[in-house]
Design a protein around this ligand. Structure first.
Ligand code: NAP
Length: 304
């Protein structure tokens, strides 16, 4: 049986020189349900103690349609203020560029303001990774690149990334940047497999970008699939998970991590036990046959 390599304990975040764990923890849902700084602190300690060092947030996290913009960053900032030593243990990533109700703004003035506002809420001098959350079609990539390069040169941002960009959008922005992109963040999961065949992961490998997978469990749908396709994908994951005594979520994370692009799944759970459990995904090794069985279940049609 041909086995795929397991993820290394640490990998580089693109060409940034920053070492990261092969799996990340995300804070999209951190400020939901009235979470306190004590709740946030517990989750951050759990993730760090489990070996997770890459933390992903965004300025929009916490926004509920009317208010709450910046709430997730502010909660993390409270924790970092109370426990400053935590900052040095994490590679901190945030995002900006979604500007309700515009809906997007990547004008140089807005970007400069958004980065400063994030640093203030996070109570830190610099973030390790700053990502454009969604592309602003009205922004010229040359102007965007200038604003982002300025943020790097000012020491506010160590490295740059994008999320939800098309491949031409990645290429155009990277063309104009002096400080080249190190990450891309598309939605990838066993239920969302577009990146495997549409060239996004090939582009990431070609440019040396680390792909960070958002919603790696399909926002939780993988745990409670309702469609015949979802049920088939869950069954293909369980065929590997059950005999090994691991959960379907760990099987899903490790399935993503087995791809040669070095996909970093972003755990979305805000349940400490599930966050800790997710960190174990790095130890799970896939055979080619089992890996392709999940892909075929997700495609719904056999490979040629
Ligand atoms: P996900 O891992 O696909 O889904 C997490 C959800 O599944 C949580 O609500 C979690 O609830 C639920 N869940 C149910 N059973 C679970 C189990 N056994 N194990 C783990 N989770 C279970 O991820 P996500 O939250 O949608 O997204 C992950 C991260 O991706 C976000 O935090 C954010 O950093 C990033 N993201 C980025 C974008 C973007 O546009 N760039 C968009 C969305 C997300 P519990 O909390 O109760 O466990």
């Amino acid at each position: 049986m041909s086995l795929l390599p397991i993820a290394p304990a640490y990998r580089q975040l693109g060409s940034s020189g920053l070492a990261i764990s092969p799996i990340a923890w995300g804070m999209w849902r951190l400020a939901d349900d009235g979470a306190t700084a004590a709740d946030a602190s517990k989750l951050i300690h759990t993730a760090l103690d489990a070996g997770i060092t890459l933390f992903d947030t965004a300025d929009i996290y916490g926004f509920d349609g009317t208010g709450g913009f910046g709430d997730a960053e502010a909660l993390l900032g409270e924790v970092l203020h109370a426990e400053p030593a935590l900052r040095g243990r994490m590679v901190l990533a945030t995002k900006g560029g979604i500007a309700p109700p515009s809906p997007y703004d990547q004008s140089p003035h807005y970007l400069a303001k958004a980065i400063d506002a994030s640093l203030k809420r996070l109570q830190t001098d610099a973030v390790d990774l700053w990502q454009i959350h969604r592309p602003d079609i009205l922004a010229h990539p040359h102007e965007v690149a200038r604003a982002l390069d300025n943020a790097v040169m000012a020491g506010k941002v160590r490295a740059l990334g994008v999320s939800n960009f098309t491949m031409p959008q990645v290429a155009a922005l990277n063309h104009f940047l002096d400080h080249k992109l190190v990450t891309t963040q598309p939605e990838i999961s066993p239920l969302r497999i577009d990146s495997f065949e549409n060239g996004e992961l090939d582009q990431a490998m070609m440019l040396g970008l680390t792909p960070m997978a958002w919603s790696p469990l399909g926002g939780g749908q993988l745990l409670d699939p309702k469609t015949p396709r979802g049920i088939a994908v869950a069954a293909a994951l369980d065929a590997v998970a059950t005999p090994r005594g691991i959960s379907r979520s760990v099987a899903a994370y490790s399935w993503l991590m087995a791809h040669p692009a070095g996909i970093v799944p972003i755990i979305g759970s805000q349940n400490p036990a599930r966050v800790a459990e997710g960190a174990a995904a790095g130890a799970v090794q896939w055979s080619r046959t089992d890996w392709y069985a999940v892909l075929v279940a997700a495609r719904g049609v056999k490979l040629p």
